[in-house]
Ligand binder design. Sequence first.
Ligand code: SAJ
Length: 419
Amino acid sequence: CHVGIYGLGYVGLPLALRFAEVGIKVTGFDIDPQKVQQLNAGQSYIKRITGNDITAALNNGFSATTDFSQSAQVDAQIICVPTPLDQHHQPDLSFVTNTVDSILPYFREGQILCLESTTWPGTTEELLQPRLEQQGFTPGKNCALVYSPEREDPGNPNYSTATIPKVLGGITPTCLKLGERLYQHAINTLVPVSNTRVAEMSKLLENIHRAVNIGLVNEMKIVADKMGINIHEVIQAAATKPFGFVPYTPGPGLGGHCIPIDPFYLTWKAKEFGINTRFIELAGEVNHQMPEWVVNKVAEALNQHKKAINGSRILVLGLAYKKNIDDTRESPAVEIMQQLQDKGAIIDYSDPYVPSFPNKRDYHFDLTSVELTEESIQSYDCVVLATDHDDFDYAQLQECSKIIVDTRNRISGKTAVRA
Ligand code: SAJ
């Protein structure tokens, strides 16, 4: 069996390495020649995947290419490309459709086409199936078409590609069977479901469940703050309930390339059926306004020292969207920086994972991470802990004489302000 993996990012690359690890020949396809060149040279560009991992796969028949005509050689194609939002906050499936359109000229009878990218329920039937049928392919007859949502959690020490159960839906029962036969080489537990729509929707439920529960604890934090109640203690107390309660942690907002994005894939499709998913959309609004709420807490803290944001020097700790990673996509910390700057603050940041942050689409500061020392902190009027990397010296921050606005419940010093 020879598998083609399309999109060699944090989803496609681990999957390609896993198939290679079990002795399956894998060709990785990507439109980025630099990624392809690095992989074929045994170099990794994904955190927690080493060059040795790549070299082991190369020795096991893995290779990467930008030449989509090589699709003709593979028995199965697995699409793992991004499904972002466009500038109107609408689903952008162009990476998926471009990939399918690049594969189709070489698609042949008996091949399996599988989509893994997170998307709205119906995508496989409405966008992929007609493209196959236009070329004379009938899923379940002379080819197979399946959907299997990715559940990669890069760097999670407890779960690997092989050990995370994988949901799988087929356009027909035969498609499902062929999809199972493909994935069972590499994945320990498969979860077959009745069709591709169930599989597509299950992924959205997983991630929207997370987004709305984070929105819940963020809103509870706002209420608790006004009442002078420590929300973290409230959550710890509630979490002692041994059943029916899953603790989430309030924070400065909702970052990343999945959790803030995925709800829009459902709400957009629901509108097509005339359904207004108010609850999901309101949760999104609560999360979206958290950076502003944090900035107001900064203003309050400075005001108590007869200072204003305008003209103050403010250091933000942690620019990544969550701790111990380097990804700043949709990071609330970046939004906080921009809002502070818009209010006249002189801003800096310190993040060991993000050495520099150049001007981007909506963000107009071009900074490099500052070294965090006793002295460097003294030169600021206020410090904001936005992302609690384990690398920060919390004992030192605890003793810091400066105002520290803590959005991650990591500092309880006398100058700490809970936000
Ligand atoms: N966040 C909170 N409070 C929480 C949890 C997260 O404020 O209790 C914030 C984070 O700070 C971050 C955002 O939410 O800004 C997203 O965090 P995340 O932990 O959900 O991290 P992601 O975006 O890497 O989510 C991925 C997802 N994995 C897949 O889609 C395959 C998600 O489904 C996983 O649950 C999550 O990893 C995980 O558990 O690590």
